[in-house]
Design a protein around this ligand. Structure first.
Ligand SMILES: Nc1ncnc2c1ncn2[C@@H]1O[C@H](COP(=O)(O)OP(=O)(O)OP(=O)(O)O)[C@@H](O)[C@H]1O
Ligand SMILES: [Mg+2]
Length: 244
């Protein structure tokens, strides 16, 4: 479903991604782990076709997304690390705007917005200005815009970051509901979240993939250790660098 071929990304002298390749099958749920600055967001932005790689390519269902950007936009829902919410709009206005950006035909706009507001439990706040909502609601609006066109692939960059424990549970439950029949890539720093949601783990370290394995397989390889122990063992603290 998703094929990453020899992806590299340089920001000036910083090599954010170094020759990354992998394949993700239809319906897989994959967790991206890695320390701050490892390259997760850069990788997810490239997979979502929001950023071009310096070299390498991404194929979705066999198509190069650099050449089929409309196809990519239709099939990928993306929740960026900081969702680009227009805070002077109401929730309903913003979701309608997001639906238009995704080429949803005019006759389908209202039903699509209504459905996604029900799925993400946003009806209650539909006429509130986004600026005045709590972080948890904003995150749910970010997820709502990602799924509004019912994409087959979902790329979620730290969907539960900064939320309180109750909101984390709610967003996780929402993710359980929406991941059915989809291919999902998510990044998180909450390791228990990976165990609860993902079946496969990719650990990124300084722009390279150092682990690509099933959660079960990885835990089985280190008997008696938790995912957190394993993560710390594989990502030892190093001297800080300006590009970390
Ligand atoms: N637009 C940019 N310009 C310059 N450098 C960048 C840019 N975006 C990312 N980088 C650099 O690329 C590297 C990878 O950053 P990235 O945001 O992908 O990491 P991350 O794994 O998502 O980290 P975090 O866990 O903190 O979100 C870092 O060294 C970062 O400083
Ligand atoms: Mg990031």
């Amino acid at each position: 479903m998703i094929v990453a071929q020899n992806l590299t990304k340089n920001f000036g002298k910083v090599e954010a991604l170094k020759d990354i390749s992998f394949e993700i099958g239809r319906g897989e749920i994959v967790g991206f782990l890695g320390k701050n600055g490892a390259g997760k967001t850069t990788l997810m932005r490239i997979l979502a076709s929001y950023l071009s790689p310096t070299s390498g390519k991404v194929l979705i269902a066999g198509k190069d997304i650099a050449r089929h950007s409309l196809f990519a936009r239709r099939n990928i829902g993306y929740l960026p690390e900081t969702p680009p919410l227009y805070t002077n709009m109401t929730v309903r206005e913003y979701l309608k705007f997001a639906a238009r950006l995704k080429d949803i035909p005019p006759a389908r706009l209202r039903p699509s917005v209504d459905k996604v507001m029900d799925d993400c439990r946003l009806r209650y706040v539909q006429n509130r200005l986004i600026a005045n909502l709590s972080k948890g609601y904003k995150q749910r609006i970010g997820i709502a815009q990602a799924i509004i066109n019912d994409p087959e692939i979902l790329i979620l960059d730290e969907p539960t970051s900064g939320l309180d424990p109750v909101q984390i549970q709610q967003v996780r439950k929402l993710m359980k509901d929406i991941e059915y029949k989809r291919t999902v890539l998510l990044s998180t720093h909450i390791l228990s979240e990976i165990e609860q949601t993902a079946r496969r783990i990719l650990i990124v370290n300084r722009g390279k993939i150092i682990v690509d394995q099933s959660v079960k397989g990885l835990l089985g390889q280190y008997p008696g250790l938790t995912l957190e122990d394993i993560f710390l063992e594989l990502n030892p603290p190093q001297a800080e660098r300006a590009d970390d």
